[in-house]
Design a protein around this ligand. Sequence first.
Ligand code: ATP
Length: 547
Amino acid sequence: MDFADFAARAAAIEGESADLETIGLVADLFGDAGEDLGAVARFVQGRIVPAHDDTKLDVGPTLCYEALARAAGRNVSAADVEAELAAVGEIGAVAESLDLGGQRGLEAFGDGTPDPLTVAEVQRTLRSIATASGGGSTDTKRNTLFGLFNRAEPLEARYLARLVLGEMRIGVGEGTVRDAVAEAFEASTEAVERALQVSNDCGVVARTAREDGEAGLSAIRLRVGRPVKAMLAQTGTAIEAIESWGDAAVETKFDGVRVQIHYDGETPRLFSRNLEDVTDSLPEVVDAVERSIDVPAILDGEVVAVDPDGTPLPFQEVLRRFRRKHDVAAAREDVAVELHAFDCLHVDGEDLLDTPLERRHERLRERLPDAAVDLTVSDDPDAIADLESEALSKGHEGIMLKNPESTYTPGKRGQNWLKRKPDVETLDLVVTGAEWGEGRRANLFGTFVVSVRTDDGYEPVGKVATGITDGELETLHERLEPHVRSETGTEVDIEPAVVFEVGYEEIQRSPTYGSGYALRFPRFVGIREDKSPADADSLERLRRLYS
Ligand SMILES: Nc1ncnc2c1ncn2[C@@H]1O[C@H](COP(=O)(O)OP(=O)(O)OP(=O)(O)O)[C@@H](O)[C@H]1O
């Protein structure tokens, strides 16, 4: 396909504001792209390499302005291009307005009548710019770009400049490409979407849809070394999880950086969340994988920085590893990191994306027992709250709740993974009662009645029994016992003296408690030693929060 044809189509797409028409135009373009379908499917999104490939063009704006200025002739400088950009606001329009080709005949195009640019040639040339490195590579890049601009007609220059600077902006994102491939080659959007998730390469997907239809799309497999997008989470609560799935799979939410590990049987490669190869920054993770796994695998996990006692450090500490790319040995001395693997996408030739989470987890534990995270399946909000408290007390970020039956959907922020960080909302409430514990806690208070302040006293809003360690229970008992007013059966009436900070998920209207409200999933966070009952949250504030 001539690049001029691509540019004209891109202009038409850019000028179309209706989604359906845009999809139709992109589908037509794909239908006519012939041999260049792969490149065209990438170009419309402003990409020159597949999404799984972290190769960068590495052409800064200045280099691009210089190449444009040179192609525009002696009277135009890079500063002029920049000034025009400031006035016009967009590099495509600037490139289009320049009288390019003024240098025709002076460079490599001997007879002065070069062939028209083709999509294939633009792709090849831009990729050669991306791989140019070492001494003199800046000059090589500038000269090569100049060569392209020098042959570009105005509309070609517009889209070439945008492609070079990664600013295509014709309103075509991944969703449009998915729908256009489906429309052009009569495949279902689901089949195309799935193939995109698995391959992370719209070029391969478009060609496969055209040549082999849906059967071909569903035969696309994961490939070790070709990273897929990470599955993502939404925020959610244990109650939501249990209501939706019955059981929830609970894991610690580690505060580090996401890594996807690709082991081909010999060498591990690690990819960050934005699919950059970060293998060289994390040698101990590479070692751990090499030590434990002997078959090809693709794993998902979090890398966490730890202090010498193994206590987790804030995630910024891991980032130092990536910043100090050139001095990993020194960075390694500074901060140790640990891998916590939580998913397994592929093992020994078998793709596991469609295998339920629990089963994937088993496969993970078989292969990587030391680094696999613990997974607990539970339908009990209290047990989950305890797991959360435990994770928090160990210095982790919170917990993840996952649908035990769910498949792995790359790139999706769906309903099957919920992240549960500590409550954003807490209330400071007065302890006005307690109940004796049970079992090994029978000689201690186990449940605490917490109340809001009203104009003339205190009214209960819930009972707190979770989030409290055994040690804390003893402390609380000692603190409250002097304030016991009376006891009936297992119930204890306590005078307002101690203030708890209580986390919760939701405030509900409720006839059960004197305040008229109840906290859903209340959880002990700590004693507010700095507060007296008079400083506790009021019923009025509770009402406001509710509404
Ligand atoms: N056990 C775990 N399972 C899944 N993800 C985990 C786990 N522990 C830590 N994480 C991290 O938590 C993130 C889940 O939240 P989300 O998908 O929203 O990513 P995020 O935008 O990076 O959010 P956040 O800032 O909350 O980490 C994952 O991307 C991963 O980096």
